[in-house]
Design a binder for this molecule. Structure first.
Ligand code: COI
Length: 342
């Protein structure tokens, strides 16, 4: 195993240039064979549909170097499926799942020396990107699409790893309308969240929590990740809503919790009635993994949702169970890891 010379222990969640990305074009009804490209810049038409009308989708996955030296990609089939669904919602040429996974294999292999060594806590973040690249001045789906997979080595999304963050509900912003695009991963959802994010950060909160757009009663999700709560009587509860992104990490944690014998409930969660009933709350997603949330403020009232330092015992158990599977320390009983030959 060879690796590039990076300070693996201090990696955060920011872009680091690697050897190459992979790029495919869809034209005249079909995808080309794809090619590895060294330059991180792409020439793009000034009238490209993605630039003007946000016809764009992305995904996030991680590849891990395991204890025995193997390299694995975690549950890529789920991300392939989700990107397919996003493409259909945004009227783009979908990427066939086999091509999606092959693209990941090729780009990971070509950048294998950027995969953080086992024991550093890092991983290689995989970012597939699909967008309308043909000129399109009238509002309509583009006639050409570009699919890219770029990779970059990452550590913790929030400084400190399993250290808790404080969240805030900002009631004058919504994330996604009930019949909108909240359930798919298009860039527009994230662009629309930036104002709330900046406002939360200015007030000293690294994370903002959204309630349902129609009634502002039920918990939806954090700006970059799903919501999960552990009730004082030990149940795993996560929102059921048509406008929440189906998080692969949340899906994984639900299964791991069920495997541990915990009751798992996916249902509407009434913020005011239920928030004080949680012993632990976390934001979960590929990038943030499991990030404990120690308190959530709404309208000046601070609700304590976990320990002020460190992580509650149930979240800690879940976190280590998932990371244990990813790093090859625990058996992968559900076959979630896809081995990549590097
Ligand atoms: C991920 O968790 O991979 C995501 O795509 C969230 C991202 C906005 C950082």
């Amino acid at each position: 195993m060879t690796t590039v010379n990076l300070d693996w222990a201090t990696l955060g969640f920011s872009y680091i240039q690697t050897h190459c990305h992979i790029q495919y074009t869809w034209k005249d009804g079909k995808w080309d064979e794809g090619k590895l490209v060294e330059s991180p810049y792409i020439p793009i038409h000034i009238a490209a549909a993605a630039l003007h009308y946000g016809q764009e989708a992305f995904e996030g996955m991680k590849a891990f170097r395991q204890k025995n030296g193997d390299v694995v990609l975690f549950r890529p089939q789920e991300n392939a499926k989700r990107m397919y669904n996003t493409a259909e919602r945004i009227c783009m040429a979908p990427v066939p799942p086999e091509m999606f996974i092959d693209a990941c294999r090729r780009v990971i292999k070509a950048n294998a020396d950027y995969i953080p060594p086992y024991g550093t806590g890092g991983s290689l973040y995989i970012r597939p990107l699909l967008f309308g690249s043909a000129p399109q001045i009238g509002v309509a789906p583009a006639k050409e699409y570009t699919f890219i997979v770029l990779v970059t080595p990452v550590g913790a999304y929030y400084k400190g790893g399993l250290q808790p963050v404080k969240a805030i509900v900002i009631d004058h912003y919504d994330r996604a309308a009930p019949m909108g695009t909240g359930h798919v991963k298009c860039g527009g959802n994230y662009g629309a969240s930036l104002a709330a994010h900046v406002e939360a950060a200015k007030a000293g909160y690294p994370v903002e929590l959204y309630l349902d757009a129609k009634t502002h009663t039920y918990i939806e999700e954090f700006s970059t990740s799903n919501f999960l709560g552990i009730t004082k009587d030990g149940k795993y509860v996560t929102p059921d809503s048509p406008s929440v992104l189906p998080s692969v990490t949340n899906m994984t944690l639900c299964q791991v919790a069920a495997d541990m014998g915990m009751p798992v409930e996916r249902r509407p969660i009434d913020f005011e009635k239920e928030i004080d009933g949680f012993a632990e709350v976390a934001a979960c997603g590929t990038a943030v993994v499991v990030t404990p949330v120690s308190s959530i403020e709404r309208n000046g009232v601070v609700h304590k949702t976990g320990p002020e330092t460190g992580c509650g015992p149930t979240l800690e158990k879940l976190y280590h169970a998932v990371q244990g599977i990813q790093y090859g320390e625990l058996p992968d009983t559900h076959n979630w890891n896809l081995k990549i030959e590097v």
